[in-house]
Design a protein around this ligand. Structure first.
Ligand code: AN0
Ligand code: CP
Length: 317
């Protein structure tokens, strides 16, 4: 049984890209692999792409799919062991998880960082309970610290569009009115660090990510300088990670919005974003609508990413 919670579990990158290419070119080749197997997708948070692309991937593999939005129709779940359950939560995760495990063969979980306690988030408290108590292979559909299916899709997209063996990838922070998790940037950094690409991360001071994910990436506080000669601009907002500022919005400075002046500093870079994206906060209309914007092929590759990973999980059953 295998779980998939981090892009570092993808195995040999070249082989992973080859498997993804095969899946993309032959989406229905494994229709029998998932026969009579059930995927249960559990959402603690909203989703458009992950929900649709993962379901489509499972259907391409011949699986049955059940989707449960915990906040719409399920019992509100207590997550703390030892809690006296006299409040508004009628069920405990410690029963709910093994019960869910009884009804499926594979479980996908979306459970964002809650920003209540950094240790709980960074120890992946919810995701790890699914792994421990469900008795089934579990994969992340974005957990507190990582979004590996997004990262794999991003990496497949870069592989498809790159014009150089060692492109310059720039991940840039951009403004957003709400506090967003670090899962996408952490995971993207973790993925790019598996490659030999040139990798620069740019953000305002105070937005430093956990060095465990950023590794040897160059941190450049001057966004213009970071953009110079870039082949890919990967934009994303995240809330602060450091110390007492964990989960806080420290800046909404629209000087950091990706616009055409900044894109002109690059080597005709492609623009990427995992979506959903707030226009004219993260990126201007003209940049996201430009021919260099590859956000839609990037989203399309979410099916390829999910199908490649689900196929491996099915093969391991
Ligand atoms: C989420 C995030 O930033 O983690 C999901 C992105 C895939 N975004 C929002 O909540 C807007
Ligand atoms: N990129 C992504 O995961 O989108 P959703 O939140 O819509 O699933």
């Amino acid at each position: 049984m295998i779980n998939f919670t981090s892009i570092t579990q993808i195995g040999n990158l070249k082989e992973a890209f080859a498997k993804a290419r095969y899946v993309k070119e032959n989406p229905f080749a494994d229709q029998n692999l998932g026969k009579n197997r059930t995927l249960l997708m559990i959402f603690f948070n909203s989703s458009l792409r992950t929900r649709l692309s993962t379901q489509k991937a499972a259907m391409n593999l011949g699986m049955n799919v059940i989707v449960l939005d915990i906040n719409q129709g399920a019992w509100k779940l207590e997550t703390e062991r030892g809690a006296v359950m006299d409040g508004d939560k009628p069920e405990h995760l410690l029963e709910a998880i093994p019960v869910m495990g009884c009804y499926c063969d594979v479980i996908g979980v979306r459970s964002f960082a809650r920003f209540e306690n950094r240790d709980d988030d960074y120890n992946e408290k919810i995701l790890n309970q699914f792994i421990k108590y469900s008795g089934k292979p579990v994969f992340s559909m974005e957990a507190a610290t990582r979004h590996p299916l997004q990262t794999f899709a991003d990496m497949i997209t870069i592989e498809e569009y790159k014009k150089k063996d060692r492109p310059k990838i720039v991940m840039t922070w951009a403004p957003h009115p709400k506090a967003l998790p670090q899962a996408v940037p952490n995971s993207f950094a973790e993925g790019i660090n598996l490659t030999d690409y040139e990798f620069v991360i740019t953000h305002p001071e105070g937005y430093e990510l956990d060095p465990k994910f950023t590794g040897n990436a160059k941190i450049e506080y001057d966004q213009d300088k970071a953009f110079e000669g870039a082949d890919f601009i990967y934009a994303k907002n995240w809330a602060a990670y450091s110390g007492d500022n964990y989960g806080k919005v420290l800046s909404m400075d629209r000087n950091w919005t990706v616009d055409s002046r900044k894109m002109a500093l690059t080597d005709n870079a492609f623009f990427m974003h995992c979506l959903p994206v707030r226009r004219n906060m993260i990126v201007t209309d003209d940049v996201i609508e430009s021919p260099q914007s590859i956000v839609i092929p990037e989203a399309a590759n979410r099916v390829v990413s999910a199908q490649t990973v689900l196929k491996e999980i099915l093969l391991s059953l």
